[in-house]
Write a protein that binds this ligand. Sequence first.
Ligand code: ADP
Ligand code: MG
Length: 409
Amino acid sequence: MRVLVQKFGGTSVATPEKRRQVVQHVRKALEDGYAVVAVASAMGRRGEPYATDSLLELLAREAGGAPDPREQDQLVACGEIIACAVLSQALIRQGIPAVSLTGAQAGILTEGRHADARILQIRTERLHRELSGGRVPVVAGFQGVTEEGEVTTLGRGGSDTTAAALGVALGAELVEIFTDVDGIKAADPRVVPDAPTLASVAYREAAELAHLGARVVHPRAVEIAMEGHVPLRIRQTGSDHPGTLVWDRPAGGTMEIRSDRPVVGIAHVGDLAQVVVGGRQDFNQDALHSRLLQAVARKGVSIDLILVSPHQLMFSVPEPAASAVHEALAEFDVEVAVTRKLAKVSVVGAGMHGVPGIMARVARALTGAGVAILQTSDSHASISCLIDGERLGDAIRALFEEFELGRGA
Ligand code: ADP
Ligand code: MG
């Protein structure tokens, strides 16, 4: 059985017109001989009645503060279940046998951590039964169930993860992620409207772009697909554009990583704050570094761009967490300075590893645009710079020009 997983994002299932397009994609795949498993996200965006944000607002109003995590999962999981029943009905009406399934019915077992659970295992018996019976299972994305029967969710963008995990568990030939843009672009199209769509990227590049802020695909979905050797294709619901193929380029093939294209894309994250902790004492004494970091960790804040030196500790946090961090550090005899309204811009490319001068080009582009670099970090496939959030658009466009990303992949 050749299995194809097709995941449809929130906007793709939001209106009858969009759902007709979804039905066409499913029909086409069935005609091509695939056994199709569909995955759906909650319908629509903020403000629309069954969207995840609307459900979250409903509970937040009732809670008058942070909602109970279990009740939150119980409620937001309904968003995907609604979308799946509606989509399944649309398929049935068009003569395609379909059956909507909750995460639990689809056998998606997770750990118990509410709102950010990881998939542990997929028990595929039910899915196989539906596929053998010639039906299209329409699986609720973003959710699972613990061994004890508790409903969990996988974190924002988690339907991508559901699709990738199903693809691996079912030995799918391909996982298609349908969204509102025609693939992974060289930069966020909201900032660079004419950014070209990348024809293909390596798993590592897609994962890096996703981790560094490109919301178009969830980083965990890319990692699961990479480990399971299932290719992903990101494409647009409203078009036949082939989209972006995410896979491992065959070594020595026509797709090998070219060092003349060290950077394939730019990602960014906004609303960050930088925390600089200084003092006269040596932070290596009395385990001060580790006590400071533990105090921050106890607030449940995850930190980034971490720089540790004998007389200074520097890191960035999401801006809404800045005051919690300030509180956490108040009990220490250190100086704490917090700068808000910052952003992180990153250049990504597996081909940059070992190529000299990439950082110099990043610095040249940003300096040329009058954008100050506050801090940097890098990996084997990316370089990130912390900058003034007000200058983010200029920074992205300057890097886009410097690395000639307009000429496409
Ligand atoms: P879905 O609801 O279908 O999962 P998302 O909103 O999660 O859709 O992801 C699609 C959005 O990702 C696009 O509308 C676009 O604004 C944004 N995006 C950010 N960076 C990129 C990029 N490099 N390429 C394409 N889209 C991007
Ligand atoms: Mg998404």
